[in-house]
Write a protein that binds this ligand. Structure first.
Ligand code: C5P
Length: 223
């Protein structure tokens, strides 16, 4: 049983990887499983929030009580998030938690048709284009919700975490200890806010998600 620390709050969460097509049957993606984002969505619902989860492709079931919007690419994830934020004032999102491992680049010259192997020496030339930074775009909105970002740094987390929070211009940044968290069932987090940093000790992703939601509730209880 979870205390209803987010009762009535609207929480918008991104989770999972994005998939950037090369052609109709191929693409680039990453090893994010979506487990952490889905666990956070579940914990937010258990804490009484109205939760919308914008998810890239994952093998996970929609958490109970959560509304899931399925997307594939970073651009689609960006557009789905912005559409949620543009809804009427009654549906204002109070908290945005960006957990998705968004692809930094998409294929600029993706093919409408399946690329054919024409010869052994001929290889396709892929060009990359920058994807939108969804978290930065939300944080820059004039009426931005309380924004929480994630970072996976392999070294100097304490230094980079604090710097990334300032660079992204967000009140709370959550650092994964180590970068081998993708697909794992447990994790260890460090929270960076304007006061400094606090550790959430290693636990399964469900417990960590509940602890993180409690920390977010503490920091947003006045908004
Ligand atoms: O800059 P970096 O990719 O390390 O930042 C990670 C944080 O930014 C995560 O919260 C991630 O969900 C978010 N992000 C995003 N859109 C991107 C890239 C990252 O929302 N295009």
């Amino acid at each position: 049983f979870q205390p209803k620390t987010l009762a009535g709050k609207h929480v918008l969460i991104t989770a999972g990887p994005t998939f950037e097509p090369i052609d109709p049957v191929r693409g680039i993606t990453n090893l994010s499983s979506g487990k952490m984002g889905y666990a956070i969505a579940q914990a937010a619902w258990e804490a009484g929030a109205i939760v919308t989860l914008v998810s890239g492709p994952t093998a996970l079931d929609t958490p109970y009580g959560v509304r899931r919007i399925q997307v594939q690419t970073a651009q689609q994830m960006h557009d789905a998030v912005m559409a949620q934020l543009n809804q009427s004032v009654q549906h204002r999102q109070d908290i945005f938690i960006a957990v998705a491992a968004v692809a930094d680049w998409r294929i600029a010259n993706a093919s409408e048709q399946k690329l054919k192997k024409t010869s052994d020496s001929d290889v396709p030339q892929l060009q990359f284009a920058q994807n939108p930074d969804i978290l930065a775009a939300v944080a820059a909105l004039p009426d931005a919700p309380y924004c929480v970002g994630f970072a996976a740094e392999s070294e100097n987390l304490l230094q980079y975490g604090a710097a990334k929070r300032l660079k992204k211009n967000i009140p709370l940044l959550v650092g994964n200890i180590g970068h081998h968290t993708f697909g794992k069932d447990d994790n260890e987090l460090v929270l960076f806010d304007e006061q400094g940093h606090t550790a959430l000790p290693r636990a399964d992703k469900q417990t960590l998600a509940q602890n993180l939601i409690a920390e977010i509730a503490l920091r947003t209880s006045l908004i």
